[in-house]
Design a protein around this ligand. Structure first.
Ligand code: NAD
Length: 489
């Protein structure tokens, strides 16, 4: 892999800027544990300067007609395709993602810009029947400068899931990436600013910790909206911060603990392949990862055997190797967190049926694909989002029990049900409380399909035309065409 030679200073107004403060932090390659970059942390002054630049870009962007806006977003997609190798190189080193996975992300990211490139001329209002003297209609207007705060698990994808809809709906974006993966966003912002016709300050990147940069962005009254992807715990801090400082709209894409319900009549072979992929892909660091398998007694043994067999074939190792299917976790902190869950589970004598037996690289934050069987709904492995390559299996008695177990969670992001019985499939699809329901399939993502959570998994939706609702506000316009004015006094 090539060494990363990025300008890591703050990016706003279409160029890099020195920091007003002198705090920095380091980005570490989780496969080699080497420091690959030192990055300045943005403070309130940096944020103010970025907002000033974003406001100018916002005005320019809204003078551009919607057809051209869509065309320019498509040019971003072209530019990303052109720079794909470079972006993959950063993602692999900054996040430790296997090169195959990071390469697949490019396709998803390009698809997303193309989808949202088609959106600007579809942002419509409605006319409201009122009577003969007034016309009432609504229009959707952008918020202005939106701050996007993102998680590290799919750096390029998560950042794009914010940038593309934000700018498609006419806003300017200030992005604060996760401190674990600060680099790809900087290159992405440079690429976007270099697309001829895009206002140079339209997409800014300010790196820094949640405590400093994230907090200050949320509190800033010139930020018109927050869109956040991260943990439920941080969302609560953001809500507290907002309520102490101002009132602003938020979109929250939060954690999950996806139940996967497998009935006796399911295609067990297909279910096992799909579940193993969804549980262990990206080292299990996926908000919709299949982590709670809830299986009917009759197929428990066969499903478990198949899952073990597939998981034992996962190729663990160097993320730069094209054969690798499981790289390191993103950071030492994440490694310690996941190992903490495994250690406590072993201390509680929970039944680990796969894990620990593989030889792992001696350097890097690697964890074996791990399966626990017979996990009780009261276990923290059943309730908590572990966010590592760990899946649990629990059996159910009947349909009612399956629904009860599936809904036994503070989260409600994704769920999956596997059965050939179409009536039962629909009953489960209606009864499981989640924002993304997958029937005889799993790990579904498409820019046209809205995604988001119920319960503590958040509110608001990413993707699809829902993005229009999310990133614009409604203005109701009343127009009188009568001279019939009220003679009040
Ligand atoms: P996190 O909540 O720790 O951090 C997310 C972001 O919030 C980071 O950029 C961080 O710097 C920032 N942040 C932290 N404290 C802050 C504060 N007080 N104010 C403002 N910003 C602050 O989450 P993480 O560990 O980076 O990511 C993992 C989580 O993200 C998991 O729960 C996962 O399920 C979730 N996630 C959800 C989706 C989704 O679409 N629902 C997608 C990806 C990840």
């Amino acid at each position: 892999m090539k060494a990363i030679t990025l300008d890591t200073r703050h990016f706003y107004g279409g160029e890099h800027h020195d920091s007003f403060g002198n705090k920095t932090f380091q980005s570490i390659n989780p496969a080699t544990q080497e420091v690959i970059a030192t990055i300045p942390e943005a403070n309130e002054q940096d944020i103010s300067a970025a907002i000033d630049a974003a406001k100018i870009a916002f005005k320019e962007w809204n003078q551009i007609d919607v057809i051209t806006r869509g065309h320019l977003i498509n040019l971003i997609a072209d530019a990303i395709e052109e720079h794909s190798e470079e972006l993959v190189n950063i993602d692999v080193q900054d996040a430790g993602r296997p090169i195959l996975d990071a390469t697949e992300d490019i396709e998803a990211v390009v698809r997303m810009y193309r989808y949202f490139g088609g959106l600007p001329d579809k942002i419509e209002g409605v006319t409201i029947p009122f009577g003969n003297e007034k016309l009432v209609f609504t229009k959707r207007e952008p918020y202005g400068v939106i701050a996007a705060i993102t998680a590290w698990n799919y750096p390029l994808f998560n950042n794009t899931a914010k940038i593309a809809p934000i700018i498609a709906t006419g806003n300017a974006c200030i992005l604060k990436p996760a401190e674990e993966t600060p680099l790809v966003a900087l290159r992405l912002a440079e690429i976007i600013a270099n697309v001829p016709g895009i206002p140079r300050g339209l997409v800014s990147v300010l790196n820094g910790s949640g405590e400093t940069t994230g907090n200050a962005l949320v509190a800033n009254s010139n930020i018109n909206k927050i869109t956040f992807t991260g943990s439920t715990q941080t969302a609560k801090l953001i809500l507290n911060n907002i309520s102490n400082n101002n009132v602003k709209n938020c979109t929250f894409e939060l954690g999950g603990k996806a139940p996967v319900v497998v009935f006796d009549d399911a295609n067990i072979d297909g279910a096992a392949k799909a579940i193993a992929f969804c549980a262990f892909f990206n080292q299990g660091q996926t908000c919709t990862a299949a982590t709670r398998i809830i299986v009917e007694k009759g197929v428990h043994d066969i499903l478990l055997e198949k899952l073990k067999e597939i998981a034992s074939r996962i190729v663990i190792g160097d993320p730069t190797n094209e054969k690798t299917t499981l790289g390191p976790l993103v950071s030492k902190a994440q490694y310690d967190k996941v190992n903490g869950y495994l250690k406590r589970a072993i201390e509680r004598s929970e039944k680990m049926v796969l894990g620990n037996e593989r030889t792992l690289p001696t350097i890097g934050y690697y964890v074996c694909p791990t399966i626990f069987d017979n996990i009780s709904p009261s276990s923290e492995l059943f309730t908590d989002e572990v966010f590592g390559p760990v899946l649990t299996v629990t059996t159910f008695e009947d349909e009612k029990d399956a629904i009860r177990l599936a809904n036994n969670s503070e989260y409600g992001l994704a769920a999956s049900v596997w059965t050939k019985d179409i009536d039962r499939m629909h009953r489960l699809a209606s009864s499981i409380k989640c924002g993304i329901m997958q029937c005889n399939t799993i790990f579904c993502e498409f820019p046209g399909a809205p995604a988001g959570g119920y319960k503590n998994s958040g509110y608001g939706r990413e993707f699809g035309k829902e993005a229009i609702t999310e990133y614009t506000q409604i203005k109701t316009v009343w127009v009188s065409y009568s001279d019939n004015y009220l003679d009040w006094v």
